[in-house]
Design a protein. Structure first.
Lengths: 304, 462
């Protein structure tokens, strides 16, 4: 399931929870983990000066500096690397999202693991209301699933055993189903198929009767059976549910109730900065709020 | 004759030499060696004899030292009207003096001349506009840079930059394969949003051959994607050359005349090979100057023109909007105070002042566009032109030079600055970093992407 993990990290506290999950996955599933860090953003036109993303200082880049940063990363993750068989550390210069996508294109990982927003130093991203721009850009364009750990993953005890697949019935959700079902099947997990009926939009137009809402719930349940359950053959350890409400809230509540250690869902935003929905997509809100890792899958995942 | 191992008169010719010079972080050893670099006075005088033509001799002689150029120079104004910053003084005390002394100058003189040529002039050519005799110090500074480069007195980053052009035919270590591979990657990344989006490489006889800045490939490939998307939406028949795709020329900033020729010929070769109707370059000022304005002379072209009609990106964009190839969604026009940076290299030096304002008329809601003062051909340099942006040795002087632009922008009250030029874009970004005045800055392409209407037949099927 996971042979190659690309762990994109700021090598700071903001990525500590992500590191716990990434290294656990590498150790548990015997995967190679590449710890990837974008150390500096190029500046001053063609000059050789970069701004170190961690310190914010301008540095003149050379091989010594690269080695120094690699050594720092090695030390930072020392206790995790010690227990990991197959690992490497790479650093790059550039804009973080672009360099993560560039190396992902090159090494074709099974999954990219990222932390939450580094944002203002010292503040956790879940206290903010938007996800990091690096995550947004990577999640939009990556050709593999992107796993994000934003909050301390309270219900993640190691490994995956309880997976929630949340669907909006989009094309990307179909890809997300394929991936999450394969994961649940391969790793012998409990599999929860979930759809949140968005009543916020219904309410904006006019107030619907409870009969109407329940009718929609029934229809969505049929869709779950038709689209997903019918393709699961003899797999038995699953459950399904449709709840009405504000989608991201319902998904987070459902995952909490099921003690999920992983949520898999589609990421359908086309734009990285959308003035019409400043809070980003449903997936981004779930990432900010869920207390387990979230895998986001866009419609390009799996395409050659 | 004292020559350093890094600082010497030999241009960078190989990747190995590039790496060695690059590994001298910040040019520490390089500048140390420069202090004892000998001047080959015979070579200097011989070169002047061969290359310094009557125009420059005349300019130097007829300069009446009237001082009209002083106030035209933003560096003079920003440096407390220091007489040593008067353009006439700057050129007379360097190039003029070298000629008067018949090339017999020493190391200390050349070090002073280097600082004058790269830290006291951005070759913005504004002084030429105000001189009653039409004397253009910017042009002469460009010539002086050539003499200095030949003697090895050139800032570290520019020796590297010129070397990059010699080794890679690009301003950065981006290979031809990197270029096509990155461009195709970008098309793949956006093809879901824009079905049918492709990057035609080496198509012969296309209407447009597009050339870029290597930095886009290396660091901002979104720019390539945006260019492809806009050509795609406009229904253009376009292509990129697999060789000769780099339009910029750090060699021009460095004064490496031979590398200027090598670089521009690589682009002209691509034009000869692919025979496009037109060549369009990216949103870059000096690249346009190098490839379209000065390049034909470097390449020895008798008609003074590139092999194919060559226009700046803003000319294409204005045309596409004027003819309706690209349509702006009126709801998405810019509705906030916005200003525009005039790039010296294609506005003052190539007359495109009205074209960019025509674009503004299409993309900005009436009433929101505010010109800087002065503007058009009278506009000031961004503060980082002519190579100033990239030279670590002169960072402090460059940061001071940004103040002119900072205050011009502040006076407009605009929070968004459109800068269709890489150098200007960099300088404006840096001035925000340095002085935090709360502005945003943008090329035209990303703004256009957000406001063009997608023709029905090109919309993604949901």
């Amino acid at each position: 399931m996971f042979k190659k993990i690309l762990f994109a990290t700021s090598a700071t506290e903001a990525c500590d929870h992500a590191a716990r999950v990434a290294f656990d996955m590498a150790q548990r599933y015997n995967a190679h983990i590449d710890v990837f860090h974008v150390l500096g953003i190029p500046t001053r036109g063609y000059s050789q000066v970069v701004v170190d993303v961690t310190t914010g200082e301008e540095v003149a880049l050379d091989d010594n500096y690269r080695d120094l940063v690699k050594e720092e990363i090695r030390t930072y993750y020392d206790h995790q690397i010690e227990k990991t068989e197959n690992w490497s550390i790479d650093v790059a210069i550039g804009l973080p999202h672009r360099e993560i996508l560039r190396i992902a294109r090159l090494m074709k990982p099974d999954i990219i693991v990222m932390g939450g927003s580094t944002g203002a130093s010292g503040s956790y991203a879940h206290k903010k209301i938007v996800t990091g721009s690096t995550f947004q850009r990577v999640a939009k364009a990556a050709r593999c699933p992107v796993l994000v750990i934003n909050r301390p993953a309270a219900s993640f005890w190691g490994g995956f055993s309880n997976v929630v697949f949340a669907t909006d019935f989009s094309d990307a959700a179909a890809t997300a189903f394929d991936f999450s079902f394969k994961l649940a099947h391969t790793l012998n997990c409990e599999f929860h198929i979930f759809h949140a009926l968005d009543i916020t939009r219904i309410q904006m137009n006019n107030l619907h009767t409870q009969d109407y809402i329940e009718d929609q719930i029934r229809k969505a349940s049929q869709q779950l059976r038709f689209r997903y359950v019918s393709r699961m053959e003899n797999f038995k350890q699953y459950a399904m549910a449709v709840w009405e409400g504000i989608p991201f809230v319902e998904i987070v509540k459902y995952a909490r109730e099921k003690h999920a250690d992983l949520i898999v869902m589609a990421h359908n935003t086309h734009k990285t900065e959308d003035n019409d929905s400043p809070l980003g997509s449903v997936a981004e809100q779930v990432i900010l709020r869920a207390n387990c890792p979230v895998i986001s899958i866009n419609r390009s995942v799996g395409k050659k | 004759m004292s020559e350093g191992t890094l600082c010497n008169k030999i241009p960078i010719q190989t990747d190995e030499a590039l790496k060695i010079l690059l590994s001298d972080t910040g040019g520490k050893q390089y500048y140390q060696e420069m202090k004892s670099l000998d001047v080959d006075t015979r070579l200097l005088w011989e070169t002047i004899g061969k290359t310094c033509k009557s125009r420059i001799h005349t300019w130097l002689k007829i300069c009446a030292h009237c001082g009209m150029c002083a106030d035209s120079c933003f560096l003079y104004r920003i440096n407390d009207q220091d007489p040593k910053q008067v353009p006439a003084y700057k050129i007379q005390s360097t190039l003029g003096e070298i000629i008067r002394r018949k090339g017999k100058v020493d190391n200390a003189f050349m070090m002073m001349a280097m600082e004058t040529a790269w830290a006291k002039c951005t070759c913005c050519n504004r002084c030429g506009l105000y001189c009653p005799h039409g004397i253009d110090v910017g042009i002469m500074m460009g010539y002086l840079r050539g003499l200095l480069y030949q003697q090895g007195f050139v800032p570290w980053e520019l020796k590297i930059g010129a070397g990059m052009h010699r080794v890679y035919h690009a301003q950065m270590d981006v290979t031809d394969d990197d270029f096509t591979e990155t461009f195709i990657w970008m098309a793949e990344e956006y093809e879901e949003d824009y079905p049918g989006l492709t990057v035609p490489v080496d198509k012969v006889g296309a209407d447009i051959m597009y050339t870029v800045n290597a930095r886009e490939v290396k660091h901002y490939p979104e720019d390539l994607a945006e260019a492809a998307i806009l050509f795609h939406l406009a229904g253009e028949d376009w292509t990129v050359p697999s060789k000769g795709w780099e339009q910029t020329s750090l060699a021009m900033f460095a004064g490496d005349w031979a590398a200027c020729k090598i670089q521009v010929e690589s682009v002209y070769d691509a034009m000869e090979r692919l025979k496009p109707k037109r060549m369009i370059g990216t949103e870059c000022g000096h690249a346009h100057r190098a490839t379209v304005v000065e390049g034909p002379y470097w390449a020895g072209r008798k008609d003074g023109l590139p092999p194919a009609e060559s226009i700046h990106y803003v000319e294409w964009l204005a045309e596409a909007l004027r003819t309706g190839k690209l349509k702006i969604d009126p709801k998405k026009r810019i509705k906030e105070p916005v200003t525009l940076q005039d790039s010296c290299n294609y506005v003052r030096n190539h007359g495109l002042k009205n074209i960019t304002r025509e674009i503004m008329s299409y993309i900005v809601e009436p009433g929101y566009f505010i010109d800087m003062a002065p503007n058009r051909e009278h506009n000031y340099c961004c503060g980082g032109g002519g190579g100033f942006n990239g030279i670590g040795l002169y960072r402090e002087q460059r940061n001071k030079a940004l103040i002119t632009k900072r205050d011009q922008i502040l006076d407009t009250g605009a929070k968004l600055v459109i800068a269709p030029c890489h150098n200007c874009w960099d300088a404006i970004r840096d001035l925000e970093e340095e002085y935090s005045i709360g502005i945003r800055w943008s090329f035209l392409k990303p703004l256009l992407i957000g406001m063009v209407e997608i023709p029905e037949h090109l919309k993604p099927k949901e």
